[in-house]
Design a protein around this ligand. Structure first.
Ligand SMILES: Nc1nc2c(c(=O)[nH]1)N[C@H]1C(S)=C(S)[C@@H](COP(=O)(O)O)O[C@H]1N2
Ligand SMILES: [Mo]
Length: 438
């Protein structure tokens, strides 16, 4: 299982930031001075939203009826379709975070029923019979326009050669709540614990296949897929539809137009009928419900690679530092505040992952002795995440803190403290997971 090395994500992002600041922007839909103002407005708004979203972490909700709320109806969240039972999810407004204990006893991939959902607005219900993938722009032969694009229907795509990829999708803000919970600064935005991540088997057609059939020319430099979900309005400003450009090199490499997740057609919340899957890159690259795709001979920009998804704040360059690859993280497949019996050996299980490369080693600290190596599940070697186990004999009753830290193939590890950035991206600190021995 190859791990998608995303070494070029940060390079690309840095290059585009320089171009953006040099005024080469085009296609952002909002003039640059307006966007710069908006950056401040959005930071303020995101701060307000962060205050509205208290960290909803509860102890093990054993006995909660799966998929039903107190009234007996399917529990779901605003704008989402699938049931979001408390035993599987922590809800944050229009988003649903996977509870890590929901992965205990599961296999390598996250079953679709418990895969996290990150929606800027709401899941659209799309009719696959009328849906079209529509490609346009001056990077295609004859420069098809947005109004007269090159189109592919759902069946057209499914008739093209299919590929499978096992890939990890992670929100760049995953772990954000620990900036406030373990460090000094509150971070605005969705208060993810560690459950804004998942691995699935995806099946679909390579974006490169479709681009070539649509008449890709050697002049193309950027490809920007756009979602068909409602336009995103924040701070009173309409940023338009979710869209974020990919450089042609990545678009022609391993990017998939996926129509299946874990062996079934995509579900509405995860992008039905077709979504982009960009292995190794931050979650926002993997645009769901894709419709229009601009193929451009000049660099493209959108709020999602200029004002959002950049590293802002002290110690970061003006205009924002580049993001990516995703940071190294580790999680225990245990409830927050889990209860662990004293005097009996338990097998602690968890997973570690990194956008930079495969996980090479994991260490665990249980509070009673030093850091010790975890046993890595051999069959996961080289894949997008790594399962591991550690035996623990909790001796005395009382509170304890579990910690896990991993190192990836590039040598990147997990520091005690993550580096602050105003929008709370790429948390990589060692998470202190509280348990009670009783
Ligand atoms: N069209 C569209 N695509 C989108 C989003 C969105 O809100 N709209 N959210 C993005 C973000 S921020 C993430 S992290 C991933 C989450 O994918 P999932 O909801 O399938 O877990 O989808 C990305 N694709
Ligand atoms: Mo995200």
């Amino acid at each position: 299982m190859p791990h998608p090395l995303s070494y070029d994500e940060a390079d690309h992002d840095a290059r585009r930031a320089r171009q953006w600041l040099a005024g080469r922007a085009r296609g952002a839909g909002v003039p640059r001075p307006r966007l710069l103002e908006l950056g401040t407005a959005m930071t303020a708004l995101a701060a307000a939203a962060g205050e509205r979203e208290p960290v909803a972490v509860t102890a093990d909700p054993v006995g909660a009826d799966p998929g039903r709320d107190a009234t007996g109806r399917d529990a779901t969240g605003p704008g989402m379709v699938k049931p979001l039972p408390d035993r599987l999810f922590t809800r944050h407004d229009t988003n649903a975070e996977m509870r890590w204990e929901a992965m205990a006893g599961q296999g390598y991939v996250v079953p679709t029923d418990r895969f996290f959902v990150r929606n800027h607005t709401a899941t659209p219900l799309i009719d696959p019979d009328t849906w079209r993938l529509s490609l346009f722009g001056d990077g295609l032969r004859g420069t098809p326009t947005r109004d007269r694009p090159v189109e592919f229907g759902y069946d057209d795509l499914r008739r093209l050669p299919a590929e499978r990829v096992t890939a990890l999708v992670e929100c760049a803000g995953n772990g954000r709540r620990f900036f406030a919970g373990q460090q000094d600064g509150p971070s605005p935005g969705v208060a993810w614990g560690l459950g804004g991540v998942g691995v699935a088997h995806w099946r679909g057609v390579r974006l490169s296949t479709v681009l070539r059939r649509a008449g890709l020319t050697g002049a193309a430099v950027d490809v920007m897929p756009e979602g068909l979900d409602p336009e995103y309005v924040t701070g009173g400003v309409n940023l338009g539809r979710v869209r974020r450009p990919l450089p042609i090199g990545k678009a022609l490499d391993d990017v998939l137009l996926a129509y299946e997740m874990n062996g079934e057609p995509l579900t509405p919340d995860h992008g039905f009928p077709v979504r982009v899957v960009v292995p190794g890159w931050i979650g926002i690259s993997s645009v769901k419900w894709v419709g229009p795709v601009e193929v451009s001979a000049t660099p493209l920009f959108s709020p999602w690679n200029t004002q959002l998804y950049r590293m802002f704040g002290p110690g970061h360059p003006d205009g924002g530092g580049e993001l990516g690859p995703q940071s190294v993280k580790s999680a225990f497949e245990l409830p927050w505040d889990a209860r662990v019996p004293a005097g009996a050996e338990v097998l602690l299980r968890g997973r570690s992952w990194s956008g930079g490369g495969p996980i090479r080693s994991v260490q665990v600290h249980t509070g009673d002795d030093g850091w010790r190596p975890a046993d890595l599940v051999a069959e996961d070697a080289g894949g997008p995440w790594q399962r591991w186990t550690v035996r623990w004999l909790p001796a005395k009753p009382g509170p304890a803190t579990l910690r896990a830290r991993a190192t990836d193939a590039t040598g990147a590890g997990q520091p005690e403290r993550a580096r602050h950035n105003d929008l709370g991206y790429l948390f990589d600190g060692v998470v202190r997971h509280p348990v009670t021995v009783c």
